[in-house]
Design a protein around this ligand. Structure first.
Ligand SMILES: NC(=O)c1ccc[n+]([C@@H]2O[C@H](COP(=O)([O-])OP(=O)(O)OC[C@H]3O[C@@H](n4cnc5c(N)ncnc54)[C@H](O)[C@@H]3O)[C@@H](O)[C@H]2O)c1
Length: 373
């Protein structure tokens, strides 16, 4: 696997890429539209949302003058100039929309998680293969400088054999109250499928191991009904809010080579610790600290030591990626892969395994047993 597909030495061959957006809510306006608009060769010529004002607003801010607004995605897919579709709707519709977009001859960027079930994820992989079109998933953590820096360390063998990974996504008080995040029917679950998905993808892509042996999960809904709980995004009245997903979940994943991954995902947890991903290998360990700092630890001349590094885009191809955020770099790499016909950095088969682990976590908790793959 490569962390970057943009070569250092070559200048890009620019040609226009026309993009259609399905779902003009939070992630469209917070990530995709601002990042895509920084790429001079991208033209966003179609916007679709069930709420037409959202599509109109996004068109005004980010679209071409002749961009068209839709409320029915099937009509958008018929617009002739479109080469790429971004699927940015709630999780439950990712499969239907992505498959339809692939079958109608488009490359697809789908927001995370890829799907709510592994069966759906496999359908998406198959549709991409059958159509001969690229499908990728919006795991922008992979494009962060610290992630790419550590991936290079691992490739060089600096950590040796990695056998233990702790992958927390812990928000002590961070329930998203906008959109449909609390609705199990729409999202398929709570923090495990919402933010745990990033930690799982980051871990698997760092160690390049997708051979899972088993998953044991615990799922909790312990604090959601507590009145007047503090929350980063506003307080809620448990009587009035339909909070049908978990508020925390943990998962213990064993790989076929014996390595262990522990995932902790929470929107609400009475926990005072940090949420740092940690990888432990035979030669050294790495912890992702806040602010993009990477802490290496190991043993030298009989002493255990730590060393903190703040990588400054050094792991990225130099002038092609410096000063870009993870989200901007993700967009740049994605469009580069479309233009140059190079498979995207985040492969759908990899994202499908992430979905498989999440689904197994929920199933394991529900059935009270370990799920063997
Ligand atoms: N990469 C990240 O870090 C990240 C962060 C937040 C959300 N997300 C993901 O992005 C997706 C959307 O989340 P959001 O926060 O933008 O939600 P949102 O509710 O703010 O926006 C979703 C939009 O999709 C529209 N929509 C729903 N079904 C549609 C359909 N069939 N056709 C057209 N429009 C439709 C809704 O009207 C809404 O405007 C989710 O899958 C979520 O997991 C990813």
């Amino acid at each position: 696997m490569s962390i970057s597909i943009i070569p250092e030495e070559k200048d890009e061959v620019l040609r226009d890429v026309h993009i259609g957006i399905i779902g003009c809510g939070g992630i469209a306006n917070g990530k995709h539209l601002p990042s895509l608009s920084k790429l001079p060769n991208v033209k966003i010529t179609a916007f679709c949302d069930l709420i037409p004002e959202r599509a109109e607003k996004a068109k005004k801010e980010f679209g071409t003058d002749d961009a068209v607004v839709y409320t029915d995605y099937q009509l958008l897919l018929k617009q002739e100039d479109l080469e790429v579709i971004h699927v940015l709707t709630p999780n439950v519709s990712h499969c239907e929309l992505a498959v339809a977009a692939l079958e109608s001859g488009h490359h697809v960027m789908c927001e995370k998680p890829m799907a709510t079930t592994y069966v759906e994820a496999q359908r998406m992989v198959e549709a991409s293969k059958k159509a001969g079109k690229f499908l990728t998933v919006g795991y922008q953590t992979r494009s962060q400088t610290s992630h790419q820096y550590v991936r290079k360390m691992i490739e060089r063998g600096d950590l040796g054999e990695i056998y233990y990974i702790k992958a927390p996504s812990i928000r002590k008080r961070g329930v998203p109250l906008w959109g449909v995040f609390l609705d199990k029917e729409q999202q398929g679950g709570g923090p495990m499928i919402d933010i745990g998905t990033h930690s799982i993808d980051a871990a698997l892509s760092l160690i390049q191991n997708y051979d899972v042996a088993s998953v044991t999960g615990s799922v909790y809904r312990k604090l959601a009904d507590t009145a007047y709980l503090s929350n980063e995004w506003g307080i809620w009245d448990p009587e009035k809010l339909d909070f049908s997903v978990e508020d925390s979940a943990m998962s213990y994943v064993r790989f076929k080579n014996g390595a262990t991954l522990v995932i902790e995902a929470a929107w609400l947890l009475n926990y005072a610790g940090d949420s740092h991903m940690t990888l432990c290998g035979t030669k050294g360990g790495v912890e992702f600290l806040d602010g993009g700092v990477v802490r290496f630890c190991g043993d030298e001349d009989g002493s255990f030591y730590t060393k903190d590094v703040k990588p400054n885009n050094t792991a990225r191809t130099l002038f092609k990626g410096q000063n870009l955020t993870g989200e901007e770099y993700e967009a740049k790499q994605w469009i580069y892969s479309v233009i140059h016909n190079i498979p995207p950095v985040t492969k759908p088969e990899e994202a499908a395994v992430v979905t498989q682990i999440i689904e197994a976590t929920y199933r394991s908790a529900q059935e009270g047993k370990t799920i063997y793959f």
